[in-house]
Structures are given as C-alpha cells and as structure tokens.
Design a protein around this ligand. Structure first.
Ligand SMILES: NC(=O)c1ccc[n+]([C@@H]2O[C@H](COP(=O)([O-])OP(=O)(O)OC[C@H]3O[C@@H](n4cnc5c(N)ncnc54)[C@H](OP(=O)(O)O)[C@@H]3O)[C@@H](O)[C@H]2O)c1
Length: 223
C-alpha cells in the first residue's frame, strides 16, 4: 500500500519514503514516480538496534535542510496468521516491534518536524473493533496503536494533530479470496488505495480534527 499511496502523492508533494530494505537503483523509479516533485529515501528497520539514533540523525539532517512535513503517514505493519497455541516470545516480539514500537518511535522522531497544524496519520485496522481470531497479536498491536492516537493528540496539541485510520480490506492478503472478503462488509466491495488517500487528504486538510480514529471499512464492523 505504501507504494500505491506514494505513486498518487508523488504528483503533488515532495515525499520522504522509508523502508526496512536498503534502497537500490533509486534514480529510475524515482523518475517514474514523479518528474516534478522530490523524492527522498531513508532506511529505517524496526529490528535495527540503532533505530532511534538513526531516526533522530535522519530527521536532524532533513531539518537542517529546512525540510518540514505537512503529514507523516505511518504505514508499517506485518499481518501474519498466528493462531492461539502457536505463540512464542520471539514471534510476539517481532510483531509488536514492527506494528507498535516502530510507529511509536517514528512518531517520536517525526513530530518535531511537522509543520504547525500538520498531521501524524497512523494506519490501523478495523480489527481494533473486531479482533481477527487467527491474528490476535496483529489485532492487539493495532489496538495498542489506536490507544496511542488520543494520547499523542493530547501530548502534541495544539501544534500537531494525530489521526488514525482503521482500514478494512484494501489490498487483500496473498492467498485470500477478495470476492469473499468483499461480501463481509455492508458495501460489498473491498477498499482501494484511492479510498485511503481520500481519508488521508481529508485528515491532512482538516485543521479542527485531532485525536480521532476514522474507520474506513465499508461498514465491516456493523455487518
Ligand atoms: N492491505 C490491507 O488491506 C490493509 C487492511 C487494513 C490495514 N492495513 C494496514 O495498512 C498498512 C499497510 O499494509 P499493506 O497491506 O500495504 O502491508 P505490506 O504491503 O506488507 O506493507 C507493510 C509495510 O510495513 C513496512 N515494514 C515491514 N517490515 C518492516 C520493518 N521491519 N521495519 C520497518 N518497516 C517495515 C514495509 O516496508 P518495507 O518492506 O519497505 O520495509 C511496508 O511499508 C499496515 O499497517 C496494515 O496493517 C492494510
């Protein structure tokens, strides 16, 4: 989803993208993404023990260039099936590290670099309303992140706003049946990256909005 969002946003905005993988052969795809705007890349890996200092150094570097952000969109998350009975400490550590600790640390690093009235936007999951039985660790990590939204909003107000987006199915997991998944919500279709983008733009352009989780799931939680 990060790529799909970046492709749409790159036409209008300068972007700073992060990945847990080292960026290779950047020029061709950067040109493909946008010829009018600037794309910068950072290497941030949730499992890197030096993550916090890396984040702080990168943000300081960008700040020294006068770069400020209108929005920070926290996309990172893994979505493994982890049925009860199969849980192990390293498995839970990995999912909480990627889905919860990483966005928390990214929020901490990015908040001082947002413009006044800028928005920290966090991608959550409608599983915060209706936990997924085979993915309880995933659901719990997203619920933890949802709890962060009003907490961070209070901490960062009035300068920075914080908004969460509890998404339903947008890009179905490999091996899942998109038609079946679409049947599970009230609107009988899966979401699209454009749906997500509309919500991200709404939140970015709504200066009186903070501390809220917007649910964008085709009514899945009411079905
Ligand atoms: N797809 C959906 O239908 C859907 C539905 C509900 C909620 N969501 C939420 O939307 C977000 C994006 O979902 P997606 O389907 O696009 O997932 P995805 O394709 O698996 O992308 C996961 C994202 O997490 C990053 N990531 C993975 N491991 C990381 C690590 N160790 N350190 C730092 N970043 C790491 C990936 O970046 P790199 O691989 O470049 O590091 C990528 O940007 C997730 O938070 C997900 O929970 C998605």
């Amino acid at each position: 989803m990060g790529l799909a969002l970046a492709q749409e946003l790159a036409c209008e905005h300068n972007l700073v993208l992060t990945s847990s993988q080292p960026w290779r052969d950047e020029d061709p795809w950067k040109k493909q993404l946008s010829s009018q705007t600037q794309i910068r890349t950072l290497h941030w890996d949730a499992s890197d023990p030096a993550l916090v200092s890396q984040m702080m150094a990168d943000m300081e570097h960008l700040g020294a260039e006068g770069i400020q952000f209108q929005s920070a969109i926290l996309v990172a998350g893994i979505f493994p099936e982890q049925p009860f009975g199969s849980w192990t400490a390293p498995m839970l550590q990995e999912i909480f590290s990627t889905n919860l600790a990483f966005p928390m640390l990214a929020a901490q690093a990015m908040a001082p670099h947002l413009e006044d009235q800028g928005a920290l936007q966090i991608l959550l999951d409608t599983a915060i309303h209706r936990p997924l039985s085979k993915r309880l660790p995933y659901s719990a990590s997203k619920s933890g992140l949802a709890a962060l939204v009003p907490g961070l909003a209070r901490l960062l107000a009035p300068r920075v706003r914080v908004v969460g987006h509890a998404l339903g199915v947008v890009l179905p997991d490999e091996g899942s049946d998109p038609t079946h998944l679409a049947e599970l919500n009230l609107l009988k279709r899966n979401g699209t990256p454009k749906d997500v983008l509309r919500a991200l733009r709404y939140a970015a352009n709504s200066p009186y909005l903070t501390g809220e989780v917007l649910t964008l799931d085709g009514g899945r939680r009411w079905a």
